[in-house]
Design a protein around this ligand. Structure first.
Ligand code: FAD
Length: 382
């Protein structure tokens, strides 16, 4: 019997396995993963310095433990090279593997802008447990870190590294924290919160080059001529759904791998979920949507065709210096932010032209309003 094959051992891949095994104990399952296959919760990577956790301490289970617990074969350090859609098989470096059904849980790639300089190879990004382990190791005995990017990952690391005793400089060309998620007043509250921890912002210029300086230092050169000195540089500029393999196999892609509401791609017996997927136009690189996807897809794989529903999908940003919860309004809706603020406590409500609440951003003590607002918001994809 050909197995169901899952590519990816992140939260999306392992949660499909877990949910499927609640419904079907026997059908052979194989997980193929390019990484070391340890089970971990990715959001914990940006709280590891606060909690003083090594990569090993953040790992929740070894691949062998996952294999035993869920009766699944986990093949680690296997980089899948492609998909033979007509032959129903995945192409491995020296081999192939037949599948009955295939789940793409490929995640997203970090994106770093084209930087110049002789130290570009030393710029870190942290997008999985192995990256985190290397980054943590590299920071041993270091004091200053420059972060490129002030989005969710950049701001969370700014808070976490400050809590861990590092001096942080953060470069954000769009001029404020979380510029793509928050309205101005809420961004400013987060900026003030992080400043109380000592974070220094370089708002406006782009990072252009990273050079070696004297005594083990790195110099990040900005487009306004500023030279930021530190001992480590972390790029947190952005993530892009991994779509190349699907695209080369002829599957339909846009920003992510396109699926319908049952997470079915344009190819027969191939499904996608998690950060790599674009589900009926939604690219939502967060945990809540992938958990909803894993539950629905498990049922479909077990024979009961099930569409995924997305309720209200708030995102909590782990910046305890100024807590944030945001439910971004859908991209295609017209409307305006209504903002009330008292110091770092900002309530920003995004209302459509007819007054309907379509999204919100809350900071500081205002995060307490989350539950009340969630009840008022329409479901994202009922
Ligand atoms: P991944 O975890 O990236 O897994 C992808 C898997 O695919 C990996 O196992 C990889 O090895 C494998 N793979 C890829 N290509 C191949 C190939 N060719 N062959 C074999 N294997 C392959 N979200 C929240 O909701 N709340 C938070 O607080 C939050 N905090 C975050 C903090 C950080 C630092 C980061 C980076 C993200 C955070 N997120 C948060 C986002 C959330 O963690 C992700 O949405 C989620 O973990 C994505 O899971 P995934 O399984 O889709 O992808």
């Amino acid at each position: 019997m050909k197995p169901i094959v899952v590519i990816g051992s992140g939260l999306a891949g392992f949660n499909v396995v877990k949910e499927f095994r609640k419904l079907d104990k026997e059908t052979p399952l194989v997980v193929l993963t390019a990484d070391d296959g340890r089970s971990y919760s990715k959001p914990m990577l940006s709280t590891g310095f606060t909690k003083e956790k090594t990569a090993d301490e953040l790992a929740m289970a070894s691949p062998e433990q996952v294999a035993e617990q869920f009766n699944v074969t986990v093949r680690t350090h296997v980089h899948v090279a492609g998909i033979d859609v007509d032959g129903h098989r995945v192409l491995l470096p020296d081999d192939h593997l037949d599948y009955s059904k295939l789940v793409l849980a490929l995640g997203a790639d970090t994106w770093t802008p084209p930087l110049e300089g002789d130290a570009v190879g030393e710029v870190f990004s942290v997008n999985d447990l192995m990256d985190y382990g290397r980054f943590r190791e590299a920071l041993q005995g270091k004091r200053r870190v420059t972060i490129l990017g002030g989005g969710l990952i950049g701001c969370e690391f700014a808070n976490d590294l400050s809590n861990g005793g590092f001096e942080v400089a953060l470069v954000e060309p769009m001029g404020r924290c979380l510029p793509l998620l928050l309205p101005q007043a809420a961004s400013e509250a987060v900026g003030r919160g992080l400043e109380t921890l000592g974070v220094r912002f370089h708002f406006g210029p782009l990072a252009q080059a990273v050079h070696h300086g004297d005594d083990d230092t790195l110099i990040t050169e900005l487009s306004d001529g500023t030279r930021v000195e530190s001992e480590a540089v972390l790029s947190a500029i952005g993530l892009r759904p991994r779509i190349d393999m699907a695209k080369e196999a002829g599957l339909r892609t846009n920003r992510g791998i396109l699926t319908d509401r049952t997470l079915r791609t344009s190819a027969e017996d191939i499904y996608a979920l998690g950060d790599c997927a674009e589900v009926e136009g939604h690219v939502l690189p967060y945990v809540l949507p992938l958990m909803a996807g894993a539950r629905a897809l498990a049922k479909t794989l077990a024979g009961e065709e099930t569409a995924v529903s997305y309720g209200v999908m708030p995102v909590t940003i782990k910046t305890p210096a100024c807590p944030v919860v945001v439910c971004p309004p859908p991209a295609d809706h017209e409307g305006e932010w209504e903002v009330t603020e008292q110091e770092n406590n900002v309530t920003a409500l995004f209302r459509g032209t007819d007054g309907t609440l379509l999204g919100y951003a809350l900071t500081g003590d205002a995060v307490k309003e989350k539950l009340k607002l969630n009840k008022e918001l329409p479901a994202l994809m009922p």
